[in-house]
Design a protein around this ligand. Structure first.
Ligand code: ACM
Length: 705
């Protein structure tokens, strides 16, 4: 589940031609840095972009008007649009004046959307911006929502005020299912935090919010039929039914479907606190506080289990109007089944040889219940079983293979393997994973049609309301682009440039993925001097949490849901921008055979700062246990700064390192490269490249910068 399939970077020729045209004609285009520079900061990239000439001024007299089909959802969309435009520009934009003859932006909607948003519903739109006005046309309100976001992304500051470049865009998504899953069970995520994340999803045109509502660590929905589920299974942290309806309506307004997940038959300890009779063991059960895979599982042999689930699903489908209902199905270890003689007996009498076959039996029963209530099942890989109804959707988390295998047998699938946001991968690594990549590339055209898209997953062992935005954004925008834009849109440099821009825009929506950082560092620093705070920031900016599942393995004490998330590892972003920019600078310097003196000077300043940072950091570390925890990493940063300076000196003097010197520096780098307090020092590989380049066999010691 940790392997990513790398897509082949193909440059879109049409895009290249359009780009050249655009750069030649458009006053508002950003500075060109090469052919792969995208048109403006649109993310996801639209399907077709045809630059026009000039730009539409966006001033205080900007108005929006609607023609064709109207409904209150569009009125609310217009209000949101004007609020967002106000936040972007600071302009005071009156709500009134929606006269189409006068309006700056005229939106035409042909007809209503489906009453309940359907998978595959039309989301296309066309947007034409000229120097004198703009027109947005869509078949239905969902397409309008998508187009309004594109318009907002076009508006930029210019020397003459705010403006949107003249352009004609025809756009529609590549995949119908473009989701974000948030696990609200391991750590409870309050409703307002979810709402702002739905705003972020709308901004990048994602259309499915997969709400992972139950787990060993919490059952998070009010059930009136079975109140002990939330009363005893949630520590009081659950959503009322009114709140669920509120969020579903909020999502509907933004063109987002809400797919609830009730994970069964494993991952369900919290259910058993109130209803131990559902379980296969004898209990008693308490809410799980640890992370991992646990033994408790529903009793698949008891008719009462199915009666309970029938009643519960019947209650829950009334809260969640979407056609799809996620039943989980993942990671059942079977230990409670093995330990229960009654279940063993049942297996024998029903000729079920393995626990997998027993789970098939359970899944079939549950699928019948869900189908009876008018819904289709979504489940993790594990529900892909012979005989499953053909209308189920397989969510592939263990690998791309299962997605292709499901499609070969006529099942729909969505990809999540490669899109686990909690693993701490770079945006580029997620971006390189394509639902049609790997084994899916060899499917027939008809089989490919069964692949509906993908979902990023935010598992919440190490996230809470304070840092969750930063674990989702901005990297999630790269996944959103992968799922909306053409498969050939693969230029990571372009993606990163646009990610920076959307990162700023998302904060206007109320997301806190940037502002949280200062607050968390402030807590760590306490009453530090400005210099000490700055030293903490310098260090924090170049570290990342350890990747994949190594956080559990490297913890000093077993982490639980009670462990505070207040350490440096919780505060720093999962992808360090400074680390990435530093590596790019080293690559640029080396690509210029070390002759680029501006780059050399920049590197020297950086290394000097790192070597000097440690003394100030040490004085902070004496005041704060949270800072003190990372004091060894601060020392490592100073050491690699020193190694970098020595490499630059060796290159400048054309005096390559001797073997002994190289051995000594490699030892420094090896030490700095070891994860400490669950942190990786990101510049180490780039400094190593520089040291290698300065060695006898290196490429740069003959060339003075
Ligand atoms: C999963 O990650 N167990 C779906």
């Amino acid at each position: 589940m940790k392997s990513a399939t790398l897509g082949l970077p193909l440059f879109g020729n049409i895009l290249g031609i359009l780009l050249t045209l655009m750069l030649a004609t458009i006053a508002l285009a950003p500075p060109a840095t090469g052919q792969s520079q995208p048109p403006w900061n649109l993310i996801p990239q639209p399907a077709n972009v045809k630059p026009g000439s000039g730009a539409l001024p966006v001033g205080a007299n900007f108005t929006i008007a609607f023609t064709g089909h109207t409904e209150s959802r569009l009125d609310r969309a217009a209000d949101r649009f004007l609020i967002q435009l106000h936040r972007q520009t600071g302009l005071l934009l009156p709500k009134s004046a929606r006269d189409a003859a006068q309006a700056t932006l005229v939106v035409h909607t042909d007809h209503a959307s489906k009453e309940i948003q359907e998978l595959g519903e039309d989301e296309s739109y066309s947007l034409e911006v000229t120097a004198t006005g703009a027109k947005l046309n869509a078949a239905n309100p969902t397409g309008v929502l998508r187009g309004l976001q594109t318009f907002l992304q076009l508006v930029e500051v210019s020397p003459n005020g705010f403006a949107a470049p003249a352009v004609t865009i025809q756009d529609q998504p590549r995949f119908a299912w473009r989701g974000l899953m948030i696990d609200v069970s391991r750590h409870f995520i309050p409703l307002d935090v979810l709402k702002r994340n739905l705003d972020g999803m709308e901004a990048v045109k994602m259309n499915v919010f997969h709400w992972h509502l139950s787990e060993n660590q919490g059952f998070r929905v009010e059930s009136r039929k079975f109140p002990k589920l939330h009363e005893l299974g949630s520590d009081g942290l659950y959503y009322t039914q009114d709140e669920i309806r509120e969020l579903v309506a909020y999502a509907r307004d933004r063109g987002i479907r809400v797919v609830p997940e009730f994970d069964m038959p494993g991952h369900s300890t919290a259910w058993f606190v109130g209803y131990p009779e559902l379980a296969s063991g004898s209990g008693p059960y308490s809410i799980e506080r640890k992370w991992g895979i646990f033994d408790p599982a529903m009793d698949p042999t008891n008719e009462k289990t199915y009666k309970f689930l029938d009643d519960l699903v019947g209650e829950m489908v009334k809260l969640f109007p979407d056609h799809y209902f996620h039943i989980g199905g993942d990671e059942v270890n079977g230990k409670e089944w093995d330990a229960n003689p009654k279940i063993q007996e049942f297996k024998k009498s029903h000729n079920l040889k393995t626990n997998e076959e027993l789970q098939v039996y359970f899944s079939q029963g549950l699928q019948k219940i869900v189908t009876k209530h008018g819904k289709s099942v979504v489940g993790w890989d594990e529900v892909f079983i012979p005989g499953a109804p053909k209308d189920i959707v397989i969510q592939s988390w263990r690998g791309q293979q299962s997605l292709a295998a499901a499609a070969q047998q006529g099942y729909h699938g969505i990809l999540s393997n490669g899109y686990y946001l909690d693993l701490g991968w770079s945006a580029a690594r997620h971006y390189a994973v394509d639902p049609m990549g790997g084994p899916a590339a060899n499917l027939t055209d008809d089989q490919k049609k069964l692949i509906l898209g993908g979902e990023s997953c935010m598992w919440s062992e190490y996230v809470n309301a304070e840092n969750v935005d930063s674990r989702i954004w901005p990297r999630n925008a790269a996944i959103a682009e992968r799922l909306w834009s053409a498969q050939s849109t693969t230029d990571a440099a372009s993606m990163y440039a646009r990610l920076d821009a959307i990162g700023a825009r998302l904060e206007w929506l109320g997301l806190t993925h940037r502002t949280y950082y200062h607050k968390m560092l402030q807590r760590i620093a306490g009453p530090a001097t400005p210099e000490e705070f700055s030293a903490l920031r310098t260090l924090a900016n170049v570290v990342e949490p350890v990747k994949d599942y190594s956080r559990e393995k490297t913890a000093a004490a077993e982490p639980t849901s009670q462990t505070p998330l207040n350490r440096v590892v919780d505060a720093v972003p999962l992808e360090s921008d400074s680390g990435r920019h530093f590596s790019e600078l080293v690559d640029k310097f080396l690509a210029g055979t070390c002759r680029d003196s501006a780059a050399a000077n920049q590197l020297r300043r950086q290394f000097t700062l790192w070597t000097q940072n440690d003394a100030t950091f040490v004085s902070l570390a004496q005041k704060s246990f949270l800072a003190n925890e990372v004091v060894a990493t601060s020392r490592d940063l100073a050491a690699i700064g020193n190694a970098g300076l020595r490499a630059l000196d060796a290159i400048a003097a054309s005096a390559p390192f001797s073997t002994d010197q190289l051995t000594q520096l490699n030892a420094v780098l090896a030490e700095a490269g070891k994860p400490k307090t669950q942190l990786l020092l990101m510049p180490v590989p780039a400094v190593r490249k520089l040291v290698d380049a300065a060695s006898q066999s290196g490429t740069c010691t003959a060339a003075k910068p």
